[in-house]
Design a binder for this molecule. Sequence first.
Ligand code: APR
Length: 237
Amino acid sequence: MTPRPRSIVVLTGAGVSAESGLGTFRDKDGLWTKYDLQDVATPEGFARNPVLVHDFYNARRRNLVEATPNAAHAALAELERRFDGDFLLVTQNVDDLHERAGSQKLLHMHGELLKIRCERCDMVRPHRDDLDLVTACPACGTAGSLRPHVVWFGEMPLYMDAIDDALALCDLFVSIGTSGQVYPAAGFVADVRRRGQAHTVELNLDPSDGFSLFAEKIYGPATDVVPAFVQRLLATT
Ligand code: APR
């Protein structure tokens, strides 16, 4: 463990929610082995077949409301609470398990499954039920203009300025439960290394595509390795 960090950025991916029963994308039975992401996670797919896209996200929304946060989510919320320096949790996940575990300093760079957006007036609001093609936007009244507030491939991730600012200042960058295959998140570790002032750690089930860029690597299920890492970190800070 390096000396006491003053500013921590944590990045999470689908692996942190895997043990809560939510699927990952690229593991052997992941979502992209069952659906073509071009059909359900692109604006073109939504324009081509909005019913299929609503069915896909309705099923994920129903699955999410049945899921519960796991020990890895709880450990990250405890780290935020007890760490006395700057802390930011950036998640690629669209589930709300970090929030339900108590995380507050949290940015969803790929949007949120339990929110909807109007393609006509850009209204964003919480929404836990199924979405369909006829419900009218509660803000502008347009029927059929509502979509999941999720960032699709080809769209700009959210909060990138705030994320870049935090990455520029951090002296500890921790990547958890992500395959490191989707940019810009997969490039965060290289951004941090280029500035040369941060310790970089990967916690994952298996080595990610970017594993060689991390100074420290800890492999195992998130519910094992994340609480242990957080306790060790809090003991030194
Ligand atoms: N504990 C820790 N890591 C795990 C666990 C677990 N129990 N189970 C799986 N993993 C790891 C896998 O080894 C893999 O490296 O989680 C990672 C999941 O990778 P992906 O399925 O590619 O998910 P992610 O990296 O979050 O995908 C990034 O791609 O499809 C888009 O927008 C989507 O946000 C998503 C982005």
